[in-house]
Ligand binder design. Sequence first.
Ligand SMILES: [Fe+2]
Length: 302
Amino acid sequence: MMLEQQFALDRAYNTPATDYRRIAVAPLSGACGAEIRGVDLAGTLDDATVAEVRRALLDHLVVFFREQALTPARLAALARRFGELHVHPFAEGMAEHPEILVVRKAKTDRFNFGGEWHADVTWSETPPLGSILYAERVPAWGGDTLFANQYMAYDALSEGMQRMLSGLRAVHSAARVYAPTGYYAADEYQRMGGTQVRPSEQARREYVHPVVRTHPETGRRCLFVNASYTERFEGMTREESRPLLEYLFEHAVRAAFTCRFRWQTGSVAFWDNRCVLHNAINDYPGEERLLYRATVIGERPA
Ligand SMILES: [Fe+2]
């Protein structure tokens, strides 16, 4: 077990701007995350409010809303204000809303969906800009979600490591998770009563992305690898890649880079999938948890 290495921050990462007019923004940790107040997401948002939410997302990487009342249709409409929606090829969407993913852990399920550090759908040409998750039913306690700031993860690396990683690209695929040999194909997962997954040979398809990407809207560099979907460095074997990737997976989620969100019914989380990792904690056996997810398509990482 590695000790948490000490480091000093050169800049503050999660301070709110003071010039919001439509919303109030309250940071959650020193690293990332902010609660937005004063918005009814079920209503039709004016362009100025959408622009401020988008700015808060860029500033805080993940934003949260409380006491919202969204239906799947309203969630989809909200997400469309931020871009085109992704339809998951290996996990079942709702019959009437294929772009809405049901993220459910039934009382009898042992495993949950998204229960390790990852970014969503990095196994595609244009990984998501972000995901919006709405909580319909949550346990009284437990089932929190962790988020980790990948600008901080990059900034905290030595100059030598930053330089070396900036020249590397990595291969991403959904194989480890969604291939017929992947972990969602294992018996325990097939018995997952909630989220319906469809393991497929198609999941083996590979996509190459830079290890350090420049965020298209903020212009800042962040680490862009994750334990679920990053297989190896381009031009290297899995064995050659593993030691450095393992280091990066561990480094990327240091406690100081994270925030932790406690869900309530009606809570919404909207994360910038280009610069945060997230992890759904599976610590509520015997309880049901039901959320709906809309995923906004992003651009090709550069
Ligand atoms: Fe996820």
